[in-house]
Write a protein that binds this ligand. Structure first.
Ligand SMILES: Nc1ncnc2c1ncn2[C@@H]1O[C@H](COP(=O)(O)OP(=O)(O)OP(=O)(O)O)[C@@H](O)[C@H]1O
Length: 438
């Protein structure tokens, strides 16, 4: 998607000449001569930057700036005026404008600033498109979680992510980092369950030479390496009370010492934690410090298990098939109907990870156009075989009906949209609806 600039000025001439100039520079442009049109444009288009006149008859630029920032703080705004006053410039900066230009415009300066803004935004977008931080979903609960991630990301507030193993906690942590102003700083993950206590502490805080047998030279810990960036403490529920108290101190004082050291090391990091344990239960059993829990859970995100968001199963399946098609140079078009049906019935105890692994294997073994039972690992093939045969047709039909009705509901009855949601052609949708008597 190109970098899109919206021009808001009551002088049409000004809009047209700037739009042409910016288009020549490779940007997509839109313009509004009436500032009252801006809110609907913001809803319809993905706008990256607004160049806004300060003085307009319908609504003042400063009020419009406030409204824009309230609706989406990530949109950059540059104010332009023919009548500069110190008060206006101060107000513009106060409410989040990036700069304040006076007419006649110093074009080279303005263009340079726009190029820089566009480069940063496009780099940020490609980081967000990185699969390690892309949560694929169409589930309404998960959509709310994506909104929370977007809101929480620009802050430095600690985030606690809970959910069963394989639900995407690490992906969410990655997204939080990549959407934050720390995106180009380190993102350091530590699996707190993987190491015994002493080793974990040395891993987290580093050690001085001779701190313990085997510490032949000094070593920086993960907190030091993550300085100015984000540290992601995974499986926090498995951490000992002793290590918990040390983490609490880092949060409270933003300082720590290496093992065997006396010098305090100052650190500026954002902490994201995750666990698949029930921390409330650990609190009750006094296995997790309450004070630390409250420090870590300023923002909490709970990722539901895959069985509670069945509408994501086929979407994720298609996504993984595409992904592994690229890796293994295959051209598999999808799942055979009986496998699709089974995928929606299965409980997926290993959640998205299990689905991903299942499909990686299937793509490797598949020699046909679609993945059938034979390409699935034996445990799945057995499960499919043991499905009661007489109810299969019925169950399949009722499930199919449910999925189609759900898509029609989501698309407000627009069949083209429903077909897009289901990732099938409009003709296939019509045929299935006819067959099911919808
Ligand atoms: N919504 C999603 N979209 C795309 N990929 C996903 C999604 N959720 C999970 N994954 C993929 O599933 C796998 C497991 O996800 P992840 O490692 O984030 O889970 P987790 O909750 O951190 O698991 P654990 O508790 O075992 O560490 C990863 O390969 C990840 O890329």
């Amino acid at each position: 998607m190109p970098y899109t600039i919206l021009l808001v000025d009551d002088e049409l001439e000004m809009c047209l000449s700037l739009a042409e100039l910016l288009r020549d520079e490779g940007y997509a442009t839109l313009y509004a001569t009436n500032p009252l049109d801006v809110s609907s444009l913001l809803r319809q288009e993905q706008i990256d930057l607004i160049l806004m006149d300060v003085k307009m008859p319908e609504i003042g630029g400063i009020d419009l700036l406030k409204a824009v920032k309230k609706s989406d703080a990530s949109i950059a705004v540059i104010m332009i005026t023919g009548y500069p006053t110190v008060e206006n410039a101060v107000q513009a900066m106060k409410y989040g404008a990036l700069n304040f230009y006076t007419k006649p415009l110093k074009l080279p300066e303005l263009l340079r600033e726009i190029h820089e803004l566009a480069a940063a935004r496009l780099q940020h977008r490609s980081a967000v498109a990185d699969p390690s931080c892309q949560l694929i979903t169409r589930n309404p609960e998960m959509q709310k979680i994506l909104k929370t991630i977007e809101k929480a990301a620009p802050t430095a507030a600690p985030v606690l992510i809970t959910g069963e193993s394989g639900t995407g906690k690490e992906v969410a942590a990655n997204a939080l980092h990549h959407l934050s102003p720390r995106a180009d700083r380190p993102f350091i993950r530590v699996n707190c369950a993987a190491l015994p206590d002493d080793l974990l502490e040395s891993e987290l805080f580093g050690h001085e030479k001779g701190a313990f047998t085997g510490a032949v030279k000094e070593r920086k810990g993960r907190f030091e390496l993550a300085n100015t960036g984000t540290i992601f403490l995974d499986e926090i529920g498995d951490m000992s009370l002793k290590t918990q108290s040390k983490i609490l101190r880092v949060i409270q004082e933003q300082e720590f010492e290496r093992l065997g050291g006396t010098k305090s090391i100052h650190t500026n990091i954002r902490i994201i934690t995750a666990t698949n344990k029930n921390l409330k239960k650990l609190l009750a059993a006094e296995k997790f410090r309450e004070d630390l829990y409250y420090r870590l859970s300023v923002i909490t995100i709970h990722l539901p298990p895959l069985r509670e968001r069945k509408d994501d199963i086929l979407l994720l399946a298609d996504y993984f098939i595409e992904h592994f098609n690229r890796i293994y140079k295959k051209r598999i078009s999808g799942l055979r109907e009986d496998v699709r049906w089974f995928f929606q019935q299965h409980e997926w105890p290993g959640n998205v990870r299990e689905l991903r692994n299942c499909l990686e294997r299937a793509v490797i073994f598949c020699e046909q156009d679609e993945i059938g039972v034979n390409e699935l690992a034996s445990q799945y093939a057995e499960l499919i075989e043991h499905q009661p045969v007489n109810t299969y047709e019925e169950a399949f039909e009722s499930l199919n009906r449910e999925i189609i009705l759900d898509a029609l509901d989501k698309s407000h009855g627009v069949k083209k949209k429903a077909a897009d949601i289901l990732n099938i052609s409009r003709r296939t949708l019509y045929n299935r609806m006819k067959k099911l008597g919808i």
